[in-house]
Design a protein around this ligand. Structure first.
Ligand code: 5GP
Ligand code: ZN
Length: 112
């Protein structure tokens, strides 16, 4: 299910444009508008939920599906020498968009 008030749902619906690098029926991957690394992609689930703690079996399968797809997508987009995956969860992590997404960061050596 998508949400009318969510920016990532609007991107999924095509109401807001994005620099898309991959899409299928379950996920959308596009470039972060404020990149924190040379390559900074966002893998967004095509289901509106905020936290991994909200994952039921179907959502857990969706997260697994995304994790299985990400290596090829990352390699195809300049992260052939490694990358970092980040999922910010809630306020202390600085989550700003409350729709589950996985940051893919790479394209250069990342700070530890
Ligand atoms: P969070 O802090 O919630 O884990 O990450 C949200 C990310 O979404 C941020 O890195 C931010 O730059 C990115 N972002 C927010 N709004 C937009 C947008 O409209 N388009 C794109 N491409 N990225 C966005
Ligand atoms: Zn959403």
């Amino acid at each position: 299910m998508l949400n009318n008030d969510c920016i990532f749902c609007k991107i999924i619906k095509g109401e807001i444009s994005c620099a898309k690098v991959y899409e299928d029926g379950k996920m959308l991957v596009f470039k972060d508008i404020e990149p924190k690394a040379k390559v900074h992609l966002l893998a967004v689930a095509k289901d509106h939920f905020k936290l991994i703690s909200e994952a039921d079996e179907a959502r857990a399968e969706l997260i697994k599906y995304m994790l299985m797809k990400i290596p090829q997508i990352a390699e195809n987009n300049g992260c052939d020498n490694g990358y970092r995956l980040v999922i910010n969860q809630g306020e202390d992590a600085g989550q700003t968009v409350f729709h589950l997404h996985i940051h893919i960061l790479g394209g250069e050596p990342l700070e530890q």
